[in-house]
Design a protein around this ligand. Structure first.
Ligand code: NDP
Length: 284
């Protein structure tokens, strides 16, 4: 039976460490980390995420600046707000909650955020820096997953790693981080011919698809480390991941639950990135 990777507990300890470092930063330099979160429209899930980010900022002793804009906000208005936040010395991190309304081009908006304040690490400059292994920020979800893998004591080096999903937010950077730690990485997607075989070969399996119970026990190697990024609703409306947890946990050595696995780490890493941005601002 697999050991549970307790993301809630690990995230709490990251957040406590960030809080202590933020206190120290304030004491030594007077700088209080500040995170500006922009929400355009009233998507209910996005509202919850933004609320959680504000709460995490307050707990970490950060300043939190919320900009809730109506759905009909023009791209130009949004870009003007970002330009102001880029110049604001009390703001060290800027995050624009995705998805944006259809009339706004996400790429243009992401590229408008100053790379030094891009705590999501989505800006093309930061993506390029991650690619060459010379970065200030890592995208929050993959960075959080690396923390979870490290917590198991299993080394990535030389292991076969399979990432299912190739989004810019999770799958692609995840593959890159595993590669940086010397994993032998396979990336799967909707056109992959034999997903089961690609997964079965993996010592470390990361599922980031968004399809409930896509990964079944027959697709998992005995003793694998299984990380479930998916956030889905099952047939009863209950939150579940991409992995058939009940059966896969009988085969894996370590597994993340949903909820309580990857999810809490994402916000913890956002707090860490904001602290890093504030330290860079303070030239520490
Ligand atoms: P995307 O929809 O952007 O990407 C999904 C990926 O899965 C695509 O690359 C797609 O392939 C691939 N895919 C779809 N169907 C299959 C299939 N049958 N077999 C293999 N691959 C498939 O999703 P995200 O990366 O943004 O998110 C993935 C999941 O993770 C979602 O459930 C999301 O809610 C969750 N999530 C959770 C976070 C957390 O903090 N816990 C943070 C971010 C996301 P193709 O490219 O070919 O279309």
């Amino acid at each position: 039976m697999a050991e549970l990777i307790n993301g809630k507990e690990i995230a709490a300890s990251v957040r406590e460490q960030v809080r202590l470092e933020a206190l120290e930063l304030k004491k030594n330099t007077g700088v209080v980390p500040g995170l500006a979160v922009i929400l355009v429209g009233d998507d209910p899930a996005s509202k919850i995420y933004v609320g959680n980010k504000k709460k995490a900022c307050l707990e970490a002793g950060f300043n939190s600046f919320e900009h809730i804009l109506p759905a009909e906000t023009s791209q130009q208005e949004l870009l003007e707000l970002i330009a102001k936040l880029n110049e604001d010395k009390s703001v060290h991190g800027i995050l624009c909650q995705l998805p944006l309304p259809k009339h706004i081009d996400e790429r243009t908006v992401i590229a408008a955020i100053s790379p030094s304040k891009d705590v999501d690490a989505f800006h093309p400059i930061n993506v390029g820096k991650i690619m060459i292994g010379d970065y200030d920020f890592l995208p929050c979800t993959p960075a959080g997953i690396m923390e979870l893998i490290h917590s198991t004591g299993v080394s990535v080096s030389g292991k076969k790693c399979t990432v299912v999903g190739r989004s810019n937010i999770v799958g692609k950077p995840m593959a890159m981080l595993l590669l940086h730690e010397n994993g032998t990485v396979t990336v799967c997607h909707s056109k992959t011919k034999d997903l089961a075989a690609e997964c079965r070969g993996a010592d470390i399996l990361v599922a980031a698809v968004g399809k409930a119970k896509l990964i079944t026990a027959d697709m998992v190697k005995e003793g694998a480390v299984v990380i479930d990024v998916g956030m889905n609703r099952d047939e009863n409306g209950k939150l579940c991941g991409d992995v058939d947890f009940e059966n896969v946990s009988k085969k894996a050595s370590y597994i993340t639950p949903v909820p309580g696995g990857v999810g809490p780490m994402t916000i913890a890493m956002l707090m860490r990135n904001t602290l890093t941005a504030a330290k860079l601002f303070a030239k520490l």
